[in-house]
Design a protein around this ligand. Structure first.
Ligand SMILES: Nc1ncnc2c1ncn2[C@@H]1O[C@H](COP(=O)(O)OP(=O)(O)OP(=O)(O)O)[C@@H](O)[C@H]1O
Ligand SMILES: [Mg+2]
Length: 414
């Protein structure tokens, strides 16, 4: 009775009205902003790449790239026609890079020990599922996931990015506005739900504007998994069935499409709910993003102890332990900031080689690109002071290359 009386009090009703009003004002404002910076039907693209960047992505010397380009132009000029950039130098689109990679692979076929340019998994190499997590909001999970997924696709892997966050920032970065482009049952919830509306995983996967990169977008409906799972668990307890195995649901749906991909990158929400637990179970590796500041590290302490308790429970419930590696990635790092350096030194002394060698530097190039829902591989370098852009890109590329090294090591490639 007391509760009902409270809920009906004028104060509560004023609060409800105020919050509803502010929610709709804010939502309208944000939608208008989104439409301004990124119209709903605009097509996103990856920027063009210089010859030296292309040579690096393909793993060749620049001289050899020139030979291969002339070769492909002579053979397939109508389909392969890179544009000219400043100073009449060629610049390459992401599709040009894809064609070059396939051409290289074809032209080395039949050689005694052909070099592999297409990086797809080979026999015996397991699909790598990387969960990017930490329950501290704003620790750089989405920024890391987006750049990693795009980098790996540019390097020639077949990548599936899964947005597990109801806030759906990764989807927005990849051109899928959650309110405009993602409908009911179009997130991974559609594939892992418990009821008859469940659909095959391939139906919730969509292509992106990049060859080699697919996306399972997110939106608010992901929250349903957090609500329906406890109900399922309660029903199971009553019926003593125990057959829903909530924690293995993401793993199971990834298995449905396993043959199509080399790497899956999961952007987790900033909480340790059922979705995140299910992601940990599906993961072969875990990347914990951490901003090196006292409050963030204290929060990570709680995250680690809760995660370790959860892992014990999952283990007892029969979840398999498939983890190959776990790393801490220092994010938004400012090398001139004394306290941050002390914090990084502390993390390295405690966790040694589990802290990634390369930190992700804080850069206005990354945050400004984010304002227009873009990654560093999408914004044009000319929009920024060159040194600002180059430093940020170098930092991102170093982080991504280090992770690529871990993936290759998990496959036994060196
Ligand atoms: N290296 C960086 N330099 C500058 N800004 C950054 C960097 N990394 C992330 N940011 C900015 O910090 C904010 C939070 O980053 P991001 O969204 O990646 O964090 P998150 O952990 O995914 O957040 P959430 O917990 O809300 O999902 C964003 O505005 C992003 O643009
Ligand atoms: Mg995020």
């Amino acid at each position: 009775m007391a509760k009902i009386a409270e809920a009906n009090s004028p104060k509560i009703s004023a609060l409800r009205t105020a919050i509803r009003h502010d929610a709709s004002t804010l939502s309208a404002h944000l939608q208008a902003h989104q439409t301004r910076v990124f119209p709903p039907h605009a097509r996103k693209t990856i920027r063009s790449f210089s010859p030296s960047e292309v040579a690096k992505l393909l793993g060749l010397a620049e001289g050899y790239l020139r030979t291969i380009v002339s070769d492909l132009e002579a053979r397939d000029g109508s389909n392969f026609n890179p544009q000219s950039g400043p100073g009449n130098r060629r610049i390459y689109s992401i599709d040009d890079i894809d064609k070059l990679r396939k051409h290289l692979e074809d032209s080395t076929k039949g050689a005694r020990s052909p070099r592999r340019y297409v990086q797809h998994r080979r026999e015996g190499e397991e699909l790598q599922v990387i969960a990017v997590m930490n329950f501290k909001g704003g620790s750089g999970k989405t920024t890391t996931s987006a750049h990693l997924a795009q980098y790996l696709a540019m390097r020639g892997y077949r990548v599936l990015a899964i947005d597990l966050d109801p806030q759906a920032s990764l989807s927005a970065l990849f051109g899928n506005q959650p309110e405009v482009h993602v409908g009911d049952n179009e997130t991974i919830y559609g594939a892992i739900r418990y009821d008859a509306e469940r659909r095959p995983m391939e139906e919730v996967i969509r292509q992106t504007y990049m060859p080699g990169l697919d996306l399972v977008p997110g939106n608010l409906e992901l929250m349903e998994f957090e609500h329906t799972t406890p109900r399922m668990l309660m029903m199971e307890q009553q019926n003593r069935t125990g057959d829903s195995l909530f924690f293995s649901r993401i793993e199971t749906v990834i298995e449905q499409v396993e043959a199509d991909y080399d790497v899956v990158v999961i952007d987790c929400p900033p909480q340790l709910g059922f979705l995140t637990m299910s992601a940990i179970t599906a993961a072969t590796s875990v990347l914990i993003t951490v901003h090196p500041q006292m409050l963030d590290v204290m929060s990570m302490n709680q995250f680690l102890s809760m995660t370790s308790d959860l892992l014990d429970q999952l283990h007892d419930a029969g979840a398999p332990d498939r983890h190959k590696w776990m790393r801490y990635l220092i994010t938004r790092f400012e090398p001139t900031d004394g306290p941050q350096n002390q914090m990084v030194a502390l993390l390295r002394s405690m966790f040694s080689e589990n802290v990634m060698v390369n930190p992700m530097l804080k850069s206005t190039a990354i945050s400004d690109a984010g304002l227009t829902n873009q990654t560093l591989f999408e914004v044009e370098r000319g929009q920024f002071t060159k040194s600002t852009y180059d430093r940020a890109l170098e930092s991102i590329n170093n982080v991504n290359a280090e992770i690529e090294g871990l993936i290759k090591a998990a496959w036994g490639r060196v």
